[in-house]
Design a protein around this ligand. Structure first.
Ligand SMILES: [Zn+2]
Length: 244
């Protein structure tokens, strides 16, 4: 429960950050009447239900993106906690940035660069110790191979972008950052499941809305990320023979 509450607060904070609202924890004033919000309005999740999703002062319906970000971040952190597939710090860090990015991408069809920078920085800081340990440990050849593979895959991602023109460059940047920090099998599974879910969703969308031109990719990356966390052990056994 504590984890959920923490997640809700982080979800609220990260979404504000993504939308460049520099007030701590969701908007400090109503978008419609600009009335200053009080403490109760700033509590994640709870305030939404107390006020029934409306502004307390003018009655305008509040944007649902905050409640979505709060609940999904809270649930996601609990999911990772109960399914320790990998290094949890790594997964927590990626989660708290992916969810607000998915919401932002859905609404505006782009990914803010500074959020990618923040993701990169946090991942570097939380992983630097592990990298140092790996570097001074024995398996230098294996490390070099991993780095080489990852470089090659980043080049392939860029080729995919330049040749097919079917993906936004923001998505390529996000994929590249994830590739640097995630284990290779995890990333490969993530990439393919993203397109699997995305493809299925496209079929559903197209069946009742034919003028669909672009769809945001980050929501599908996020969904795929959690599918891979849940199925990581099975995926490793099925596709990689359990050797990695
Ligand atoms: Zn209002």
């Amino acid at each position: 429960m504590l984890l959920f509450i923490t997640g809700a607060f982080i979800g609220s904070f990260m979404l504000c950050l993504t939308y460049e609202e520099w007030s701590l924890l969701r908007k400090s004033q109503c978008e419609s009447c600009h009335h200053q919000l009080n403490i109760i309005d700033l509590i994640p999740v709870l305030s939404f239900f107390i006020r029934r999703g409306r502004c307390h002062y003018c009655g305008v319906k509040l944007s649902s993106k905050y409640i979505i970000s709060e609940i999904s971040t809270g649930c996601a952190l609990m999911l990772i906690y109960f399914n320790p597939a990998l290094d949890n710090t790594l997964l927590y860090t990626i989660t708290i940035i992916l969810i607000p990015l998915a919401i932002y991408d859905t609404e505006r069809m782009k990914i803010p660069n500074f959020m990618l920078l923040i993701l990169m920085l946090i991942l570097l800081i939380t992983n630097i110790h592990d990298y140092y340990n790996e570097m001074i440990s024995f398996n230098l050849t294996i490390n070099m191979m991993t780095i080489l593979y990852k470089l090659l895959m980043i080049i392939l991602l860029h080729l995919f972008f330049f040749l097919t023109n079917s993906i936004g460059y923001g998505d390529i940047k996000l994929f590249s950052i994830l590739l640097i920090f995630l284990p290779i099998p995890f990333f490969i599974a993530l990439f393919f499941i993203t397109y699997l879910i995305g493809g299925l969703a496209c079929i559903v969308f197209l069946s009742y809305k034919s003028n669909l031109k672009r769809i945001p990719l980050v929501p599908f990356i996020t969904a795929a990320f959690f599918v891979v966390i849940l199925l990581y052990d099975a995926i490793k056994k099925l596709y990689f023979g359990g050797f990695v």
